[in-house]
Design a protein around this ligand. Structure first.
Ligand SMILES: Cc1cc2nc3c(=O)[nH]c(=O)nc-3n(C[C@H](O)[C@H](O)[C@H](O)COP(=O)(O)OP(=O)(O)OC[C@H]3O[C@@H](n4cnc5c(N)ncnc54)[C@H](O)[C@@H]3O)c2cc1C
Length: 390
């Protein structure tokens, strides 16, 4: 390793070792590029959006076929990466999309899944009653079941991708990268500095900084990335009760209730969360302690929808943040003032599963000049939120 007194030069410096930065580093390393990956706190650190215990990987996205295709692509890459060497990082729980009567989105999802060749079943109310007696089906008319989708063990999976990237030759450092100075004439930056005083030169710089993107680039992104507080609850299941095990209950989503949840994976408890944007927060300093009002709302919801969990104890909680764009579409584009600076983020509460596809897309755009997807452009990101991707 070189000493810090000499400036080190790389093909690409990637700032942020969350799921987007980790997979981007991995794709560049697979192309034999000299890569530096830097993170303020560490891969999947407690403040990062990628830090959760678990994240859903599902193919259903309504009519948004691009995300269905990216999920398919990503699931294949995740599974290949885990292989037999990294067992237990993907749980094929199946994913159940619950729907009220006349739900247009469920019809759009079915059409997209058919077009993309994704395996799924459509379940009517009697079928749901028979299969899932542990769910109170009030207001639920039908569902789509994706049998081969499931849950990624998020924090451990990101740590594994970074470990593998290091094995492939990526240099990894802990350090907070400061806002870079742009050479306006060259429309580029030549290096980045950390708060600790290190300086790294490169051809290209990728900022995959999640909810911090607006803090590092306040002028361009301060009003275009909306970090929101999100709380997650794990309920202890009754002793010896198998109704909430992955064999009996799939991962589920119900937009009508603005909720999603997971079975009792690795005996951590039945997981449930409200998929509703919370207040704007600072990812460095927000409180990671859940609010009593939200805990009570979730307790009451669980007792109503899963009556066997009435009075079940909350055994664990997590407070995280979504890093939303105005629509929920990702942000993968160049800095408008610097051609060699890239923003990669805007996961907007659904990005984790797509890490492998995001990394592949970034490498293809930078190294091969691949076509851009207009939905990921900076130009499409507004300063007012109107969520369109779920
Ligand atoms: C509660 C919750 C539930 C979710 N559920 C799902 C789900 O079920 N399925 C799904 O697919 N997605 C889900 N998501 C979304 C998903 O987790 C995120 O979109 C994804 O993890 C974002 O990854 P990222 O790499 O962009 O950001 P992060 O994971 O936040 O990583 C950014 C990294 O950048 C580093 N960093 C920031 N600034 C600097 C700097 N100046 N210098 C050095 N390093 C820096 C940070 O330390 C951090 O490690 C959920 C998110 C939350 C919060």
């Amino acid at each position: 390793m070189c000493g810090f007194d000499e400036m080190e030069r790389f093909d690409v410096v990637i700032v942020g070792a969350g799921v987007f930065g980790a997979w981007t580093a991995s794709h560049f390393a697979r192309r034999d590029k000299r890569v530096l990956l830097v993170d303020s706190y560490g891969p999947g650190n407690a403040r990062a959006s990628s830090a959760g215990e678990s994240r859903i990987i599902r193919m259903g996205y309504g009519a948004d076929e691009i995300y269905t295709r990216w999920s398919q692509n990503s699931l294949a890459q995740w599974k290949e990466f885990f292989g037999s060497k990294r067992p237990g990082l993907f749980h094929e729980t199946g994913v159940l999309w619950l729907a009220g009567k006349g739900d247009a989105r469920i019809r759009e999802t079915a059409a997209t899944l058919t077009r993309c060749g994704v395996e799924f079943e459509q379940l009517d109310r009697p079928a749901l009653e028979k299969r899932y007696p542990q769910i109170n089906l009030d207001g639920i008319a039908s569902a789509i079941f994706e049998p081969t989708s499931g849950v990624l063990m998020a924090r451990r999976a990101v740590a594994a991708v970074v470990e593998d990237a290091i094995f492939r030759g990526v240099e990894y450092r802990v350090g907070e990268v400061l806002t870079p100075t742009i050479d306006g004439e060259a429309k580029a930056i030549s290096s980045v500095r950390t708060r600790g005083g290190e300086e790294f030169e490169a051809e290209t710089f990728v900022f995959a900084c999640g909810a911090w993107l607006g803090k590092i680039f306040p002028e361009v992104l301060g009003e275009r990335i909306f970090p929101t507080r999100q709380e997650i609850y794990f309920f202890g299941v009754p002793p010896g009760d198998a109704r909430f095990s992955p064999a009996a209950l799939p991962t589920f989503l119900f937009q009508g209730d603005e909720t999603y949840g997971m079975p009792d994976i690795e005996a951590r408890g039945f997981k449930i969360a409200l998929d509703r944007h919370g207040p704007r927060v600072d990812p460095d300093t927000q409180s990671r302690i859940v609010s009593e009002a939200a805990a009570e709302e979730v307790r009451q919801y669980v007792a109503r929808r899963f009556p066997a969990l009435l009075g079940a104890p909350i055994v664990e909680t997590r407070v995280c943040q979504y890093e939303n764009t105005s629509s929920g579409d990702f942000l993968i584009d160049r800095h408008p003032g610097a051609d060699n600076v890239w923003f990669v983020g805007g996961g907007s509460g659904h990005g984790f599963k797509h890490g492998p596809a995001v990394g592949g897309y970034v490498a293809a755009r930078i190294l091969d000049g691949a076509m851009d997807e207009p939905r990921f452009s900076l130009e499409m990101k507004e300063k007012m939120q109107h969520r369109a991707v779920f």
